[in-house]
Write a protein that binds this ligand. Structure first.
Ligand code: IMP
Ligand code: MG
Length: 188
């Protein structure tokens, strides 16, 4: 499916769902929780590109225990998403995770297809443990049963942008999280 490039809508015209301050407070709280849960251990954060890059950068800086990070990239086959999990890995981890404590870091847990696919793949590497941290959780949209161990915010079924999240690759650098006006936007 080819989606034409949509007209640019200025983020200033969109309603703020979560302010930069609200996000910073929750990311710090989740970082503290992780630091407590993994006391004395070392962890590997694996971010899902590109959406999770900004959340991971903030989260890593709020975690006090020994940590390293890595990234994966996946592509989904358009919006014709089916429960068979039409997701493909396009960039794998750089370093082995066997025997390591891993936290998969996502921008948003939506249908759950991406994270259940990635979790399955990561478990094949036999990590010592595997948890999921997400900035946003949209529980209403779930197609497969998967829950985050750490979630900053549960949000209603609205398409959002900012803090790493995009629409047609735009708005990832917007520092707060806003509701895209045309909701859901074409192609989503
Ligand atoms: P899912 O859980 O497999 O449906 O996919 C989650 C991915 O869909 C996220 O990593 C985002 O890239 C994208 N996504 C889902 N909802 C939104 C949204 O509201 N705004 C921007 N991206 C979204
Ligand atoms: Mg995306």
């Amino acid at each position: 499916m080819i989606i034409p490039v949509p007209a640019f809508v200025a983020p200033e015209k969109m309603d703020v769902l979560l302010s930069a301050e609200q996000i910073a407070d929750r990311v710090k709280a989740i970082g503290d929780q992780i630091s407590q849960d993994y006391q004395g251990q070392s962890i590997v954060l694996i971010g899902v590109l590109k959406g999770a890059a900004i959340f991971l950068a903030d989260l890593a800086r709020s975690i006090k225990v020994d940590n390293t990070f890595d990234f994966v990239a996946v592509s989904s086959y358009g919006r014709a998403r089916v429960t068979s999990g039409a997701v493909k890995m396009i960039k794998d981890i750089d370093n082995p995770i066997e025997g390591r404590h891993v936290i998969l870091v996502e921008d948003i847990l939506d249908t759950g297809l991406t994270l259940s696919y990635l979790r399955g793949l990561m478990l094949q590497h036999r990590p010592a443990s595997l948890k999921i941290a997400t900035c946003l959780d949209k529980p209403e949209r779930r197609l497969v049963p998967i829950e985050a161990d750490y979630a900053c915010f549960k949000i209603p079924n609205k398409f959002v942008i900012g803090y790493g999240m995009d629409y047609a690759e735009r708005y990832r650098g917007v520092p707060d999280i806003r509701i895209y006006p045309d909701n859901p936007p074409p192609g989503h």
